[in-house]
Design a protein around this ligand. Structure first.
Ligand SMILES: *[C@@H]1O[C@H](CO)[C@@H](O)[C@H](O)[C@H]1NC(C)=O
Length: 422
């Protein structure tokens, strides 16, 4: 009997999640938001394990004789319908392959994208923290100077622990490799550099030197400390990355969610002394910027958001008493776009229920108006807010898209350099 109730609860929970994941609609309960954001992405990225779990439960339930009578049979039918929905969601994920194939055609020719034959894809699916043997991982390297560490710890004990980064590099690189600096998301208040982003692992496998960085989190540390910290991480990269086989002359930044805001702000405020206290002379320029479901508009004049993002940012991230529009404009990527910007690549899941998909489209339009630089927008069909955290078809093809685009940007830059050298 009690197992029957567990089974019914599971049936309803997953039926609801599957339907909502498909619809891309969020119940407007703010406190449940993080659960639903994660739940929707779990369903959309890992439908097969969920089906496996369901079949196991059905077998178990029928062994216990749960399915006697009309009510249990109704639940059983709901369960079967949910599984059909999950199969549709699984097939749907392959739309991402088409989206990426089409997007990279411009610079990679009509290249056929690989399937899932790669062993490492499956290894990562079983163990999201899997790192291939020829990639070495150095963790928790501090990027703060003694003075920065001391003053951070004065604000709160051991804050300096956040001022650290991880490096992923090939064991025996044959030549210097380009560098990708990845900035994790989590609304500036949570998240960690060690989260199992398939993109980080894919880029490291493809021979890039990848740096995943932490920064001090709000509300203990107030914005723009997050931006300043990541610029300190960049300072560390420029000085030390050659020792890991990385090329300090080619550093691209990437970030998701709040990390995307920081990545874009870095690209638009490079070498601005305001965000380089006591390291004003350090070159903090980067070569390209990749955004994934990023927060690019803090003012939200078009009201794309379900919540008041500006107020939330001012009060909970920057520690201001009231919403301050000029402060928001100073830190909102949409309002910082420069004519001579670095190139941008923008991804957004079209079912994102947290950061509005439309806001990314708006950012890209505005960028095209203001900047003469290259920008590419790749909507990810069926993608929810954290699809890129799961080892799945979407994140797999997206990672290939990032690699192809960055190689194209780097190739063009090297060709330009050769031309100007002649
Ligand atoms: C790095 O730091 C984190 C958190 O501070 C810790 O959990 C992890 O074990 C550390 N990694 C290594 C290899 O020491």
């Amino acid at each position: 009997m009690s197992f029957g109730i567990i089974y019914y609860t599971f049936v309803l929970l997953f039926a609801g999640l599957t339907y909502a994941s498909f619809e891309g609609r969020l119940p407007k309960i703010h406190r449940l938001q993080h659960l639903t954001v994660f739940g929707f992405s779990l369903i959309s990225e890992w439908p097969l394990p969920v089906i496996g779990l369901k079949i196991a439960l059905i077998i178990f339930a029928s062994m216990l004789g749960v399915f006697k009578g009309i009510v249990p049979q109704i639940f059983y039918i709901i369960d079967l319908l949910t599984m059909i929905g999950l199969v549709v969601i699984f097939v749907d994920a392959y739309e991402a392959r088409r989206a990426i194939e089409q997007a990279i055609q411009l610079y990679s020719g009509s290249k056929e994208l690989p399937t899932f034959k790669s062993e490492t894809f499956w290894q990562r699916m079983v163990n999201p923290r899997f790192i291939p043997q020829d990639v070495v991982y150095y963790s928790n390297i501090s990027y703060a100077t003694h003075e920065e560490a001391n003053s951070a710890n004065k604000v709160a004990f051991e804050q300096v622990n956040f001022m650290s980064l991880d490096v992923y590099a090939r064991k025996q690189p044959s030549d210097v490799k380009p560098v990708l600096l990845f900035i994790h998301g989590g609304e500036w208040i949570r998240g960690d550099k060690g989260a199992p982003y398939p993109l980080i692992r894919h880029m490291a496998e493809s021979g890039w030197v990848v740096v995943s960085t932490n920064y001090r989190l709000a509300p203990t540390s107030k914005y723009p400390n997050q931006l300043i910290d990541v610029k300190r991480a960049l300072r560390w990269i420029k000085t030390h990355i050659a020792a890991f086989g990385g090329d300090p002359q080619f550093i691209a930044v990437a970030g998701d969610d709040a990390g995307g805001q920081i990545a874009a702000a870095m690209a638009f405020t490079q070498n601005d002394p305001k965000y380089q206290p006591n390291f004003e002379k350090t070159d903090t320029s980067v070569k390209a910027c990749v955004l994934i479901n990023a927060i690019t508009d803090l003012l939200d004049e078009n009201k794309f958001w379900d919540m008041n993002i500006g107020e939330d940012f001012c009060q909970n991230v920057a520690g201001l008493k009231v919403k301050d529009e000029s402060f928001l404009k100073e830190h909102s990527p949409l309002h910082l776009i420069k004519k001579d910007s670095v190139p941008f690549l923008v991804f957004h899941g079209d079912r994102d229920t947290f950061v509005p998909f439309k806001a990314s489209g708006h950012f890209v339009e505005e960028f095209k108006k203001v900047s003469k630089s290259e920008i590419q927008f790749i909507p990810i069909p069926g993608g929810h807010h954290v699809y890129h955290l799961f080892s799945s078809p979407r994140s797999h093809y997206q990672a290939i898209g990032v690699e192809e685009w960055l190689n194209h940007i780097r190739h063009d830059m090297m060709a330009d350099n050769d031309k100007s050298a002649e």
